[in-house]
Design a protein around this ligand. Structure first.
Ligand SMILES: [Zn+2]
Ligand SMILES: [Zn+2]
Length: 80
């Protein structure tokens, strides 16, 4: 059984904003926030990185991060 370390509080992800470099704040799983429109949009972006959408979806937990400085939301795939 795959367990996401962030969802379970095992560890914190220390991501930085690609725009300003500030520490990103984990606001939770993407699936808890996104509607169909934005979910499809982000999945398409991820597909470009991995090339195999099915394997990617099974192995990662998508988390929504927020930059407190830019107020920009970023989605990062966390390996489970
Ligand atoms: Zn997670
Ligand atoms: Zn920022």
């Amino acid at each position: 059984m795959e367990i996401c370390p962030l969802c379970n509080g095992f560890e914190n992800y220390n991501g930085s904003c690609t725009t300003c470099g500030s520490m990103l704040v984990d606001t939770g799983k993407v699936t808890d926030y996104l509607d169909d429109y934005s979910a499809y949009m982000e999945i398409n972006l991820l597909k470009l990185v991995d090339g195999d959408l099915n394997s990617l979806a099974n192995q990662v937990c998508l988390h929504l991060f927020n930059c407190p400085t830019c107020q920009v939301e970023q989605i990062i795939a966390i390996q489970e």
